[in-house]
Design a protein around this ligand. Structure first.
Ligand SMILES: *Cc1c(COP(=O)(O)O)cnc(C)c1O
Length: 468
């Protein structure tokens, strides 16, 4: 194994180097976050809203660069690799454009997400459409645009047969693939495990007769040139992800052997790198992921196949922070409770499934300085009108007081970007931030807060008489 040297000049394995890089990235990010919280208060971000969301632009860029570098380090020169950011993790046009500037494409799974990718200016050749329930209209549009389509099932392939046959001007430009469920098993979160025996996604590979039928379906369709697998999100150990990719590669080799040529030319290996919600450390790293794949499927990177990845959470999660004011504090039944403005609307999974989605909570004073003081068990509650709207129960934190702030780190993916409209609570504003060498923090509004007028309009405000 090639050895690197750490800061003290000792020999270090690539895995150790990757782990250390993940630690350093986390420490830097934590410093930037503290500065941003202080600056958010000083610059008045919380004056008009009790809740704002922050995105660390430098951190996002660093994660995109780490992903690209991890694959560059293991792929044969000249191998086409597209890293398509899974839009559902952070469906914000400025985020998609930032990542496009870092060389990434976009994976979309609904007409809305496709519209966002197009609004961000992502070229069709860098957009991948996955979704288990694409309408005929969506498929037709995708083929007309030339974006990549991954079919979910045999019925969808039959729909594509008709569209391909009817395509004006000859063969479709869109690369077309088919999603496979390797049925390799679940991770620790059932709702996010897509490679179980009975998962709803893709063609189940291990069902009786399924593999033969799928190989035949590929041989019958010269335009079907890609295979796709995504084994799940969060909670999947690296070896399980790697096993799914190994199954995908083996299937491609089998199809190509049966075809007598390289019919399958590209493997889309999905996303799903888990994120560490327990501390600031970035772990596992993309370098560790690429290493695990190289170990499990050495031929994956030899240049025989182009590669597509679809990471979402691991690119964004660590770079988002919800910042909310504590409005009141009280006790009930001997329990201390802090009533804040962050709850189910920005942390839906944490509130409904707290065991699977625990979040760290950081306490700051009214000026945005980290609070110190002996830890006291407190419930941290949100603003919604149901008893379960709690970010944490009996969490040990310095005692919170009205006017203090709580921050929820690691919420850059699937939290405030997946707003839940309970109680007509508005979507909060999202601000990107950067800090210069002198530590001056600059904010850029990436999404304004939803206004009351917008809330009313989206609630049928202009058709108040509709049901009379
Ligand atoms: C959600 C999803 C992803 C992204 O998963 P992450 O865990 O956010 O990396 C990628 N591909 C598909 C098909 C998905 O549904």
């Amino acid at each position: 194994m090639d050895a690197l040297r750490d800061e003290a000049g000792r020999r270090e394995t690539p895995a150790a180097a990757a782990a250390r890089a993940g630690q350093t990235a986390g420490q830097d990010a934590a410093r930037r976050r503290d500065r941003a919280v202080r600056a958010a208060v000083a610059q008045g971000l919380l004056d008009s809203e009790p809740l704002v969301c922050l995105l660390d632009t430098a951190g996002i860029r660093a994660s995109a660069a780490a992903l690209t570098a991890a694959f560059d380090a293991v792929t044969a020169p000249g191998t086409p690799v597209l890293h398509a950011f899974a839009a559902k993790a952070a469906p914000l046009v400025p985020v998609l454009r930032l990542l496009a500037g870092c060389g990434l494409g976009c994976e979309v799974a609904s007409p809305g997400e496709l519209a966002l990718a197009r609004a961000a200016g992502i070229p069709a050749a860098r957009i991948v459409l996955d979704s288990p329930a694409k309408t005929a209209g969506e498929l037709r549009e995708a083929l007309a645009l030339g974006i990549t389509v991954n079919a979910d099932n045999h019925q969808e392939l039959e729909r594509l047969d008709a569209l391909v046959a009817a395509a004006p001007g000859g063969p479709v430009r869109s690369p077309v693939g088919v999603r496979v469920n390797p049925q390799t098993g679940a991770g620790s979160i059932d709702a996010l495990s897509t490679a179980t025996a009975t998962a709803k996604f893709g063609i189940a590979l291990r069902d009786p007769g399924a593999r033969e039928r799928l190989v035949r379906a590929c041989l019958d369709r010269p335009w079907l040139t890609r295979l796709h697998a995504h084994s799940g999100s969060q909670g999947l150990p690296l070896p399980l992800i790697a096993e799914g990719v190994r199954e995908l590669h083996a299937l491609a080799e089998e199809i190509n052997a049966a075809a007598g040529h390289r019919r399958i030319d590209t493997l889309d290996i999905g996303g799903g790198l888990p994120v560490n919600f327990a501390s600031d450390e970035h772990t596992p790293t993309y370098a560790e992921y690429a290493g695990a794949l190289r170990e499990a499927v050495p031929a994956l990177f030899d240049g025989s196949y182009g590669l597509v990845t679809e990471f979402g959470r691991s690119l964004l999660a660590k770079h988002g922070t919800v910042l909310a004011r504590v409005e009141y504090t009280k006790t009930a039944g001997g329990r201390r409770i802090a009533l804040t403005h962050a709850g189910v609307q920005v942390a839906t999974r944490t509130v409904y499934a707290p065991a699977a989605w625990p979040l760290r909570i950081l306490a700051y004073d009214a000026k945005g300085t980290p609070k110190t003081g002996p830890p006291v068990a407190q419930d941290v509650a949100g603003p919604a009108c149901f008893a379960g709207d709690l970010l944490a129960t009996a969490r040990e934190l310095p005692e919170l007081a009205p006017g203090d702030l709580v921050a929820l780190p690691d919420t850059g993916a699937y939290f405030f970007t997946a707003h839940y409209g309970y109680n007509s609570l508005p979507r909060p504003s999202v601000h990107g931030f950067t800090a210069d060498a002198a530590g001056t923090v600059r904010f850029a509004l990436a999404r304004p807060a939803q206004t009351e007028a917008e809330l009313v309009a989206e609630a049928g405000g202009d058709r108040g008489d509709a049901l009379l």
